[in-house]
Write a protein that binds this ligand. Structure first.
Ligand code: PEP
Length: 248
C-alpha cells in the first residue's frame, strides 16, 4: 500500500529538544492524506519520544542514519539499526549529502548500512545527488549513477531513493521542473536496470521544498514524493506540503 502513495518525509537534522518536539508533533499528529505516506526522520535521542507522541497517527518515525556495524559491541558512539528498530522506527535515511560531506560516507560503508537496515526490517531511503560543480560540469547522471551502484546485487522487491541536488539543500534554490523530471526519469530507468524490472520504486525529490512549491514539484512525472528539511520543522509548512500529495 505505502509503495503506491506519494512519500512526504521530513528530516529534522540536528534540531529539536523535548519541548519543541512535543509542540511540533502535537500539531502534526492529526494530519492525514490518503494519498500520502508520511514520515519524519528524528535525531536518535528523540526516536522513542516521537514514536510515542505519534501513536495512532498517520506519521511514521525513522532515523537519519544507522551504524555500519551490524552486531552489538565495542563501537562507542554508534547506534545500530536494531536499536533504531527497537525504538519503534520504520525507516532510516542512508547517505544523506551531509553524511557524505562531513563523514566521507561512500558506497562501501553505505551498503553495509543498507544491509543492516533491511536485516531488521527498516526501510532504507538512499539519498543521492550531485554538487553544483558536478552539475556545471555536466556530470550529474554519472555521479548519481555511481551512487546508485550501491544497490547492485540487493535482493529486495521495493526500493526508495531520494534525489537531493546538494546545491538545492537548505539554499532556497530549487532544481527546475526540467532538471527534476530528467533526473527522476534517469533514476527509474537506472534502478530498474540495476535491480530488475519487478522492483517497485519510490523516488523523492529533496532540496528547498516548501509549502509554495510542493504542488508543482509533486506533480512532476516520476516524482513519488518529497524529502523536506527546513520546512518539516514548522507544523504549518509541513502540513501544507503533505496536503499536496496526490494520486499518481
Ligand atoms: C534535506 O536535508 O534533506 C533537505 C532537503 O533540506 P531542505 O528542505 O532544507 O533543503
Amino acid at each position: 500500500m505505502i509503495w503506491h502513495k506519494q512519500w512526504i518525509f521530513g528530516n529534522w537534522k540536528m534540531n529539536g529538544n523535548q519541548a519543541e518536539n512535543a509542540a511540533l508533533l502535537q500539531a502534526l499528529r492529526s494530519v492525514s492524506n490518503n494519498n500520502a505516506h508520511i514520515g519524519i526522520a528524528a535525531p536518535f535521542p528523540y526516536l522513542s519520544q516521537a514514536v510515542d507522541l505519534l501513536k495512532n497517527s498517520q506519521i511514521v518515525i525513522g532515523s537519519q542514519d544507522c551504524s555500519q556495524f551490524a552486531e552489538k559491541g565495542a563501537y562507542t558512539g554508534e547506534v545500530s539499526a536494531t536499536m533504531i528498530k527497537d525504538c519503534g522506527a520504520k525507516f532510516v535515511l542512508i547517505g544523506h549529502s551531509e553524511r557524505r560531506t562531513y563523514f566521507n560516507e561512500q558506497n562501501q560503508i553505505l551498503r553495509k548500512k543498507i544491509d543492516n537496515a533491511l536485516a531488521c526490517d527498516l526501510i532504507p531511503i538512499l539519498c543521492v545527488g550531485e554538487t553544483l560543480a558536478q552539475r556545471q560540469a555536466g556530470q550529474e547522471t554519472a555521479v548519481v549513477g555511481e551512487q546508485l551502484a550501491v544497490l547492485q546485487g540487493l535482493s529486495v522487491n521495493h526500493i526508495a531513493v531520494a534525489y537531493e541536488p546538494v546545491w538545492a539543500i537548505g539554499t532556497g534554490e530549487v532544481a527546475t521542473g526540467e532538471q527534476i523530471a530528467a533526473m527522476h526519469a534517469f533514476l527509474h530507468k537506472e534502478i530498474l536496470s540495476i535491480m530488475g524490472e519487478n522492483v517497485t520504486i519510490r523516488t523523492l525529490y529533496g532540496g528547498s521544498v516548501n509549502a509554495n512549491n510542493a504542488a508543482e514539484i509533486l506533480s512532476i512525472d516520476k516524482v513519488n514524493g518529497a524529502l523536506v528539511g527546513g520546512a518539516s520543522l514548522k507544523a504549518e509548512a509541513f502540513s501544507a506540503i503533505i496536503a499536496n500529495a496526490q494520486t499518481e
